[in-house]
Design a protein around this ligand. Structure first.
Ligand SMILES: *Cc1c(COP(=O)(O)O)cnc(C)c1O
Length: 401
């Protein structure tokens, strides 16, 4: 048995089978490249579902983390610490908002957004107690907690985990009229991904987000943008909502906010919305800890220069141009996406998404399939054009074979 086989067998024996990883065992990584336990190098075209926008082992982020490790890593929110105010101030500023509520994982931030919208509904909007409704889209992915999977339409994510949390209405994604019909006097929020990542990088029709913005403003409903995967540079802007000139009432952030170093998530909104909380009503032992704040502060500083957004735009234009050449009659049925982010539907007869992912792995490129026939490309924004071209060459070879 190889080291790889031994390691995979042990993982299968002693971990729950809630994932089906590709058979590669990573030992080290740098930039856009990962090296496995056998010393083979792979181009990472997934980047931890956008958690690694700034690449593996990013110098600035590691330096920030190391410096903080030697100072203080955890205080709990029972006390103040000296990185907290800067983190909240600077993240709010990056978002053009006023207040931040830090958590750790994306799902916790979505839960926080749900709780915040409900509380805002009762305390500010005047919705009768227990009647708050949140409108969401089908095909959504907002995380894995019991409340969040309650409004998922993915049977794999949902089945056998009931009873489900009420208070959500699901409408078709991209359909503004359906949201308009669903919003009633008890509706406190519309919660959407501005681009649906897990669903296969689905970009809604032009005007949709702007329409949701206008509608929610008119009807005194909060527009919550889950930018956990789409945000922080991935699409060529700090937020995917910017492509439509839209500012939501609340951003939900995660993934890249922790720079691939530590889990950091947050809800960012106005004082009118996040101001509803009183001490004891919500919290997290690890949320907003000094190490998380130190890393996120460096992430924010890196995003402020616009250089990563610029890279995502330029490399993304190139990526989509190249993928466009494969689309139509060939092995690629459709390509969607924005910036350095693409969902590729494999044409029938050219293999499942999983098979294409496995063949790419054999050619030392790592991607992830989604929904049967789709693969998703989301390389780190630090990838070089040469490496991106090499990855695309492997994709062309796999699809031709
Ligand atoms: C990944 C993701 C989440 C959940 O984040 P976790 O950190 O895995 O809990 C929520 N929403 C979107 C859009 C995501 O991509």
């Amino acid at each position: 048995m190889t080291t790889t086989d031994t390691s995979i067998a042990a993982a299968e024996a002693h971990s729950a089978h809630n994932y089906h990883p590709l058979p590669v065992v990573v030992a080290t990584a740098e930039g856009a490249w990962m090296t496995d336990v056998e010393g083979r190098r792979y181009l990472d075209m997934l980047a931890g579902y956008s958690a690694l926008n700034f690449g593996h082992g990013n110098r600035r982020l590691l330096d920030a983390a190391r410096a903080q490790l030697d100072r203080v890593t955890l205080t709990s929110r029972a006390f103040h610490h000296d990185r907290f105010a800067d983190f909240c101030t600077q993240l709010a500023e990056l978002c053009g908002m006023e207040m931040v509520l830090p958590m750790n994982t994306g799902a916790e931030a979505v839960e926080t957004a749900v709780k915040t919208a409900r509380k805002w509904g009762y305390k500010v909007k005047g919705v009768p107690d227990g009647r708050a409704k949140i409108v969401v889209a089908d095909g959504n992915f907002h995380g894995r907690t019991t409340t969040i999977i309650s409004f998922s339409t993915d049977q794999e994510a949902r089945a056998d985990f009931g009873p489900y949390t009420p208070g959500f209405e699901i409408v078709p994604y991209g359909d503004l009229a359906a949201i308009e019909a669903a919003v009633d006097e008890h509706t406190v929020a519309v919660l959407l991904e501005p681009i649906q990542g897990e669903a296969g990088v689905l970009v809604p029709p032009p005007g949709y987000l702007a329409g949701v913005r206008a509608l929610t403003r008119d009807r005194n409903v909060l527009f919550i943008a889950d930018e956990i995967q789409s945000g922080l540079g991935r699409t060529g802007r700090t937020f995917a909502c910017e492509h439509e000139g839209v500012v939501p009432d609340m951003y939900v952030l995660g993934k890249a906010l922790g720079g691939g170093v530590v889990p950091v998530s947050a809800v960012v909104s106005s004082a009118a919305v996040l101001g509803v909380y009183r001490p004891g009503e919500h919290g997290s032992t690890f949320g907003g800890n000094p190490l998380a704040c130190a890393v996120a502060l460096e992430v924010i500083a890196m995003l402020r220069t616009g250089e990563y957004q610029q890279r995502a735009t330029e490399l993304g234009d190139h990526l989509h141009h190249e993928l466009g050449l494969l689309t139509g009659s060939g092995p690629v049925a459709a390509v969607r996406g924005r910036g350095l982010w693409a969902g590729i539907d494999i044409a029938p007869g050219h293999g499942t998404g999983r098979e294409v992912s496995e063949r790419l792995m054999d050619r030392r490129v790592l991607v992830k399939d989604t929904h049967g026939s789709t693969i998703r490309l989301a390389p780190p924004l630090v990838i070089s054009k040469e490496d991106l071209d090499w990855g695309l060459e492997q994709l062309r070879a796999v699809l031709a074979g």
